[in-house]
Write a protein that binds this ligand. Sequence first.
Ligand SMILES: Nc1ncnc2c1ncn2[C@@H]1O[C@H](COP(=O)(O)OP(=O)(O)OP(=O)(O)O)[C@@H](O)[C@H]1O
Ligand SMILES: O=C(O)[C@@H](O)C(=O)CO
Length: 432
Amino acid sequence: MTLRIGCIADDFTGGTDVAAAFRRAGLRTALVFGTPDAGTALPAECDAAVVALKSRSTPADEAVADSVTAQRWLWAKGAAQIYFKYCSTFDSTPQGNIGPVTDALVHAAGGAATLHCPASPPNGRTVYQGHLFVHDQLLSDSPLRHHPLNPMTDSALVRLLSAQTPHRVALIDWPTVRRGVDAVRDAFTAHQQAGARHIIADALTDDDLAVLGAAALELPVVAGAAGLAEGLGHAYPTAGPAADVPLPQQVRAAVLAGSCSARTLEQIAHFYAAGLPSLHLDVLAAAAGRDVTGEALTWYDAQDPGLPVLIHASAAPEELAAVQAQLGVAEAAAQVEELLGTLASHLVERGVRRLLVAGGETSGAVTTALGIRAVLIGDEADPGVPWTHATPEAGDLALMLKSGNFGAPDLFTRALSTAGTDMGKDTDKEQT
Ligand SMILES: Nc1ncnc2c1ncn2[C@@H]1O[C@H](COP(=O)(O)OP(=O)(O)OP(=O)(O)O)[C@@H](O)[C@H]1O
Ligand SMILES: O=C(O)[C@@H](O)C(=O)CO
């Protein structure tokens, strides 16, 4: 058993993001969906295993129970170190779940202090003087201040985390990080001796995160976003680069989108502009009993099999608000997830072998409907957006689970462009 690091991610697309980070660091990485049990197996021998939970917005006691179960499973598979992956925008509330889950993981691992850093520089998340930035804005000035579940109206990480834990929270500032691994270790020890349990570190670049990763190599629990996971991964001695997992070629390809994030809407617009077959699902009609799934499949069967297709519930804010006002937020989401999950099963039955899913909740619905419990991580199409490969029992399926705000505007067209027979031309990769 070669497993070195076990990771618990608090949502599915966060799971693919952190798994891609470990793979970039040269670790062979597997991703398991949902709370594992004694019968859950890893899909292959690997250096890093990520368990992706849906624990970001659940009640804190459920999130804690699922996370500790995942921790025990990862330990049983041989993991010596546990990484808790939360969102690079620190998505949480004063009730949790970052504080309670980290406290429980640390307690189960013996109570030594933990290092935190949510920085993820490739996606514009940096931490300076303990304040979290999203590109050039403080978190609290960014669109995250309007998040529907956990509006982020404060950027001060020590204050945010202190509200979620009874333990002391301390900061290692950027000048210390710049002085290198020994300086970080000394500062960490001093904070721990002064009674801190959670020690947040500043980081502006991948080099800073490499310093933090090396400093944290011996800690039983480390916490943050994908950036620190990659820093930690680079600190592990590896046998060599992770092997390539080839993408299925000349196959049917589809995008299923339920994310209404601004970046997903741009990616959808790009797909329409490329003249590729696209279908918008009528959520209100489905709620009223119309066979929207059957209509979508009839539409799909009429398309050129050599072209990728897009089927989406994703809608602009005005349409989303109107649907939610009529059905209620939870019922609207349930309708969409039922539609997209059912369609995913039918599309795979019809031979789709490259499937791109946009949105964290949507990804949960699709993987559950397809019965996929574990995948291996392949190449990234964009930072934090890798292809994943389902185990053979699920068929030779390449699956891409995309966080709402991740990926360049041309991601959908580019990722699927080499799948079919008629669409040989790669579009140029645009920068985010
Ligand atoms: N037309 C629609 N009307 C109402 N709700 C919708 C509609 N389209 C999508 N939704 C709901 O919006 C939510 C989008 O969440 P999801 O997590 O899939 O995307 P996201 O928040 O952009 O992604 P991430 O969590 O990765 O940032 C889902 O619950 C989905 O069911
Ligand atoms: O860290 C991030 O921003 C993402 O991996 C994520 O968690 C999206 O839900």
